[in-house]
Design a protein around this ligand. Structure first.
Ligand SMILES: Cc1ncc(COP(=O)(O)O)c(C=O)c1O
Length: 548
């Protein structure tokens, strides 16, 4: 067993000895150290590994541990790297925000930010077992097809046509799952939303179409509507969208990438020239904005509301800019949580088609639907290859499962596969093998079911806490899935200053400004409910309230 006190004692002794002895001096054996410090061999080995990593000792197989050859002493005058300032030129847009987005929360702070699941929600045991099995198979370490394993590509392709959650036979009582509870919020909806919550994001411009996308089931996030339904969904579950998906993706259209960000970055560089225009729904994922700027693109925002991008504005933006590329997240968009309404899907696709353009569908939240059923990806109804499809497993499973699919049909697919080859060659074989093992095992379905329940619990806990401590920050629309709430701040509030003050008060939140490609229409915070346990939400919001 590992004992950190004993390990510290071993490290101290060896460090002392290496300081005094010349390189090549033999150090006490593992057995001697084990006896002297009453430490297990595992503990001693860990201590030695630490000193090897520090360059103080080296191990020689079968012969023991020795003082390592010392590195050359540091030069007496400090290095002069000032020339790099001129050579590098200005810093890239968005880099700082991306570093903030991916920063680990300081010790003791409660994270209401972060794009990934809390460790408690990750299927670590199943992933670990799958990876251990994969790593033991020599074939997994060999070169495979550069586009990725055939079976994994086929799985991703099939997934574009598979409803989630899977339809279950109706039961006598309707939903087989319990309705979400509203905590101690006014009991107007299953999510516990207060009755008035339909502002903030501009109202729908589709002539009063409902925000619900679940085929006539009441949406749990429309105040005053009945409780949400999780089960008992009929096979046609997507609000009149066809259940068969002509033109969906095939295995040969897919290339496996090391995460969604890599896929996005390659796509933008492969399909554009510097100076081209990229349309984005606004607000949008700041990693997309940053990578677009890095590719030298001009980013033009297109307004969106709680039902997703406005199709007429999208068509106008294509006409005005001559853009050939539009980036969007039709399902539980990060940061707003908005889902493209069924009635908007045809006009959005028509605007893209009429412009002879591509639509990058970032389906990062495919497994994160909490209420009702997710509509199928746009890519499943795209016979002519306008949709470039992107789905990552880092959000669904664990940030370390850096496996994503990039799907495109026709010459665009060939170009993307070629671009990925230049960027990365291919994704590590053991990781691909572990992924296909994991997603085809019962552990995957179990994980997705549990995730749905757990995300709902956390979303409710955060809403309840907001209602109690900061009711003005309740989001006008509660997203039916995803990881975040997009909450309005009082007009005139400096969201960046609020986020900085909140961090000092022990709660990490993300300001709304960096998610806009142009001037934000109002101040917002993005509050993540997936990164902290439900029991921490009340304290997190109480801390936030102290700085508002
Ligand atoms: C909308 C969206 N797309 C893509 C990514 C990239 O994720 P990853 O590279 O971990 O798959 C993120 C990460 O936050 C995201 O929020």
């Amino acid at each position: 067993m590992f004992n950190s006190n004993a390990a510290d004692r071993v490290v101290q002794e060896l460090r002392g000895l290496t300081g005094a002895a010349p390189a090549g001096t033999r150090l006490p054996s593992v057995r001697e150290l084990t006896v002297r410090h009453q430490a297990s061999p595992v503990t001693v080995a860990a201590a030695i590994r630490q000193l090897v990593a520090e360059g103080l000792v080296e191990t020689r197989s079968g012969r023991g541990t020795f003082v390592a050859t010392r590195a050359a002493p540091a030069p007496s005058s400090p290095p002069d790297m000032s020339w790099q300032t001129v050579a590098l030129g200005p810093r890239r847009y968005g880099e700082e925000e991306m570093q903030a987005l991916l920063a680990l929360p300081p010790a003791g702070a409660i994270p209401l930010t972060g794009g990934y699941l809390d460790a408690d929600l990750q299927p670590a045991a199943a992933l670990g077992a799958a990876l251990a099995r994969a790593a033991r198979q020599p074939a997994a370490w060999q070169r495979g097809p550069v586009a990725g394993r055939e079976d994994l590509r086929a799985w991703f392709a099939r997934e574009t046509t598979r409803p989630y959650p899977p339809p279950t036979p109706p039961t006598a009582s309707g939903s087989g799952l319990p309705a979400s509870s509203g905590g101690d919020l006014p009991a107007t909806a299953s999510t516990g939303l207060p009755a008035a919550h339909n502002g903030g994001l501009p109202a729908s411009h589709d002539g009063g179409l409902p925000a619900s996308h679940d085929g006539g089931l009441p949406a749990s996030h429309d105040g005053g509507l009945p409780a949400s339904h999780d089960g008992g969904l009929p096979a046609s579950h997507d609000g009149g969208l066809p259940a068969s998906h002509d033109g969906g993706l095939r295995a040969e259209d897919i290339v496996i990438c090391s995460g969604g960000q890599a896929a996005l970055s390659s796509t933008l560089r492969a399909l554009t020239e510097p100076g081209d225009t990229l349309l984005v729904e606004s607000p949008t994922y700041l990693g997309a904005l940053a990578t677009a700027h890095a590719a030298g693109l001009r980013v033009v925002p297109v307004p969106a509301d709680r039902d997703g991008v406005l199709p007429d504005q999208l068509a106008a933006a294509f006409a005005r800019t001559g853009a050939r590329l539009f980036y969007c997240q039709p399902l539980h968009a990060n940061p707003t949580g908005a889902t493209l309404a069924p009635a908007r899907r045809p006009p959005v696709l028509a605007a893209v088609r009429d412009a002879g353009a591509f639509l990058i569908e970032d389906d990062y939240a495919r497994d994160l639907t909490i209420d009702g059923a997710a509509p199928p990806p746009l890519a499943s109804t795209d016979p002519d290859g306008h949709v470039i499809y992107l789905r990552s497993l880092t959000k669904s499973a664990a940030p370390g499962l850096r496996v994503a699919a990039l799907g495109a049909r026709g010459p665009a697919g060939a170009r993307l596969r070629a671009a990925r080859l230049l960027d990365d060659f291919y994704v590590a074989g053991p990781l691909q093998q572990a992924t296909i093992e994991f997603v085809t095992s019962p552990a995957w379905s179990r994980h997705r079911r549990r995730l749905r329940t757990e995300l709902r619990t956390r979303r409710e806990a955060l809403l309840t806490a907001l209602n109690r401590h900061l009711p003005d920050l309740l989001p006008p629309t509660v997203p039916s899935g995803g990881l975040h709430l997009w909450t309005p701040l009082p007009p005139g509030t400096d969201d960046v200053a609020v986020a900085a003050a909140a961090a000092t008060a022990g709660v990490v939140v993300f300001p709304g400004r960096p998610w806009h490609a142009a001037e934000p229409p109002a101040p917002f915070l993005r509050l993540t409910y997936a990164a902290a346990p439900p029991s921490a939400m009340a304290e997190a919001v109480r801390r936030l309230a102290t700085v508002l």
